[in-house]
Design a protein around this ligand. Structure first.
Ligand code: NAP
Ligand code: FE
Length: 370
């Protein structure tokens, strides 16, 4: 048996974690840049908590709060130039996956001469230390090396990441998700689920990643009734954060698959949030992968508490709704654009050719709202 595992992030998931781990935060440098979106870092209370820690230690900081949902390369270049100008020596990302991913790109670009080509080819051996504080329970970006950015000339998202882009420290406090809108909670929860599910079905799955994935899927199954009834307790928030964390650990080992690769089209062309985009693609993905991984799919359903996939998919539909119908032109364009996502397609069961991708889009469309 060949098993390998690499995940160098120091992780803490507990209440009031930022205050409790203040000493660790202070050790990372002499001047920080905090990278956030417009509102959520402050609304969640995480910004106030971390700046109190920095103030107490007399560590100066600057704020870069221009990260949009699905951050673009242009935005991280602006952030990196600012980091360079301010001579900061560590980066603190606060937010959902968008600010956390942007923080990773800023940390690399700020010390590698703003070289985008080198960034996207993972051709760098240095980055400022990154600290990550999630405010959504979804991406697991606090423990992955990945950063997903919009590349406008390609009309899609691209990702990069190597051993230098793992956050050094992930401080996870479920209370930060309290301020998130209902749809964000639901969509990000499904994103977290897809990480463990796709990772479990990935060609790069290992016995170790499978053990993690199944543990997260079991907890996600426990969360589904409360998510459907919108009963958001502290216990539920904690479980969702756990599912998100484990999902990040899983995809760090296995990568994501065609669900993520295809979902970027829904996000780029229709502005559909990441987790919802993934969810829309689950039905056709399950039907396709079942040919190759029937037993694993059954096992995943079993640990989540479902006797068959149809009932499970109905539950997901109830959380996220249905996509609108695509035109033939859109199916053709989305198919071409999906083929750019070579890594996630290579991780998917079977051999995902252009014909397969086109068929997946067509099947997804059959199930869509008119
Ligand atoms: P997000 O894009 O970071 O945030 C979505 C929205 O939710 C934003 O408007 C944000 O506000 C708001 N929000 C977040 N937390 C909140 C809180 N606690 N209270 C109130 N509002 C809150 O969403 P996400 O789903 O977490 O991240 C998606 C991104 O991550 C995508 O770009 C996706 O491709 C990427 N991703 C990365 C990985 C990885 O391994 N790195 C994995 C999966 C997905 P603000 O704008 O004010 O912040
Ligand atoms: Fe994701």
């Amino acid at each position: 048996m060949n098993v390998s595992f690499f995940m160098p992030t120091q992780v803490f998931l507990e209440e009031n974690v930022v205050q409790k781990k203040a000493d660790l935060v202070r050790a990372y440098g002499k001047k920080a840049m905090i990278v956030t979106g417009k509102y959520s870092a402050k609304r969640s209370g995480a910004y106030q908590d971390i700046t109190a820690v920095l103030d107490e230690a007399a560590i100066p900081f600057v704020l870069f709060d221009q990260v949009e949902n699905n951050p673009s390369l242009e935005t991280v270049l602006v952030g990196a130039a600012f980091a360079e100008e301010e001579a900061v020596d560590f980066i603190i990302g606060i937010g959902g996956g968008s600010p956390l991913d942007a923080a990773k790109a800023v940390a690399v670009l700020a010390v590698n001469g703003l070289n985008v080509e080198a960034l996207l080819q993972n051709n760098f051996k240095e980055a400022l230390p990154i600290l990550a504080i999630p405010t959504t329970a979804g991406t697991g970006s606090e423990v992955t090396p990945y950063s997903v950015l919009v590349k406008k000339d390609l009309e899609t998202k691209v990702s990069f990441g190597n051993e230098w882009t793992f956050p050094k420290l992930a401080l996870i406090d479920p209370k930060y998700t309290e301020a998130a809108p209902l749809k964000t909670i639901l969509f990000t929860a499904v994103d977290a689920f897809t990480h463990s599910f796709e990772g479990y079905l990935s060609k790069r799955a290992t016995p170790l990643s499978d053990a993690l994935a199944l543990s997260a899927l079991a907890v996600f199954g426990q969360c589904l009734p409360a998510l459907r009834n919108q009963e958001f307790s502290a216990a539920l928030r904690e479980k969702l954060m756990y599912v998100s964390l484990i999902g990040g650990l899983v995809i760090t080992q296995t990568g994501v698959t065609s669900v993520h690769g295809m979902g970027y089209c829904y996000t780029y062309y229709q502005g559909i949030p990441h987790g919802q985009a993934n969810a829309f693609l689950l039905r056709s993905y399950l039907a396709y992968v079942d040919t190759y991984e029937h037993d694993k799919i059954q096992q995943a359903m079993k640990v989540m508490g479902f006797s068959d996939t149809a009932v499970f998919l109905e539950q997901i539909d109830a959380l996220v709704g249905k996509p609108r119908k695509l035109t033939d032109e859109e199916i053709a364009r989305y198919t071409t654009q999906t083929m750019i996502q070579t890594r996630s397609l290579a991780n998917t069961a079977g051999e995902v050719t252009e014909e397969v991708v086109s068929a997946l889009w067509t099947t997804t469309n059959l199930e869509s709202d008119s």
